[in-house]
Design a protein around this ligand. Structure first.
Ligand SMILES: Nc1ncnc2c1ncn2[C@@H]1O[C@H](COP(=O)(O)OP(=O)(O)OP(=O)(O)O)[C@@H](O)[C@H]1O
Length: 243
């Protein structure tokens, strides 16, 4: 669970990009963060693992306020919070399995990391994760030869390699065709249900949020405009979020 209280972020003194945001993200659920462009969705998502810092408020994760952690504490917390990016952030000339193994880099010593030394167990785990996201036949394919949807699934497998409790997904389907987007959202929803992960997804498509999310957080001009189970997201609520 991640419990955010009064999170406020100023990029410039005259405008809060997040203003007093209080919201709780539960394990076993997909939470979709929706709202107009510039509302503060990415700022909220990236504050959770402190990729965006200098904010105010508290972000409780495993009974610790991640905002108060020193470098070492933050590194440990980030191992438990995986990220999935809109543009995949893969090393395209490398194979799918090499990219997935990179998810382990944070746990390695500098030398083992530099030499990309991985144990047989780690390789088996990476192969298992690629099968889990439906890419069992593509493990040794270079990523620049994969489709967008396949690349995003490699990105998810890489995030899973660090055995996270939380997955932060920053517009994971924005670059995908509708069919690939559904495959990716199905995987994210399955991970929340079967692994009891806390899955948080920034989305632009309300219909996708309605189909796949359990919980919706609507942000408008840095403020929470909606925070409820998906069943409460009626047309009026959508109008309020996007007004
Ligand atoms: N590095 C930055 N420096 C200054 N202002 C920023 C910075 N990043 C974001 N902002 C501003 O903060 C506000 C929230 O931006 P953010 O990217 O979080 O919105 P968003 O809802 O994710 O938008 P989008 O849906 O377009 O990605 C916007 O007004 C944006 O211009």
């Amino acid at each position: 669970m991640i419990q955010v209280t009064n999170l406020t972020k100023y990029y410039s003194a005259d405008k809060a990009s997040l203003a007093d945001v209080s919201v709780t993200f539960q394990p076993g659920e997909v939470t979709a963060i929706i709202g107009p462009s510039g509302a503060g969705k990415t700022t909220l998502l990236r504050s959770l693992n402190q990729l965006i810092r200098d904010d105010l408020g508290t972000i409780l994760f495993n009974d610790q306020d991640v905002r108060q952690l020193n470098r070492r504490g933050l590194k440990q917390v980030r191992r438990k919070i995986g990220m999935v990016f809109q543009n995949y952030n893969l090393i395209e000339p490398l194979t799918a399995i090499e990219n997935v193994l990179h998810g382990r880099l944070g746990e390695k010593g500098t030398l083992a990391g530099m030499l990309s030394l991985y144990s047989q167990d780690e390789k088996d785990q990476a192969l298992g994760l690629l099968s889990e996201v439906g890419l069992g036949d593509f493990c040794y394919q270079r990523c620049h030869d994969l489709s967008g949807g396949q690349k995003q699934r490699v990105g998810i497998a890489r995030a899973l390699m660090q055995a996270p409790d939380v997955l932060l997904c920053d517009e994971p389907i924005a670059s995908l065709d509708p069919k690939s987007a559904m495959v990716v959202m199905d995987i994210l929803s399955r991970l929340a249900r079967t692994k009891k992960m806390t899955v948080i997804v920034n989305l632009h498509q309300v219909d996708v949020a309605r189909t796949y999310a359990d919980h919706i957080v609507g942000i408008n001009q840095g403020r929470v405009a909606f925070d409820a189970p998906v069943s409460a997201l009626d047309d009026w609520a959508v109008t309020q979020i996007y007004r």
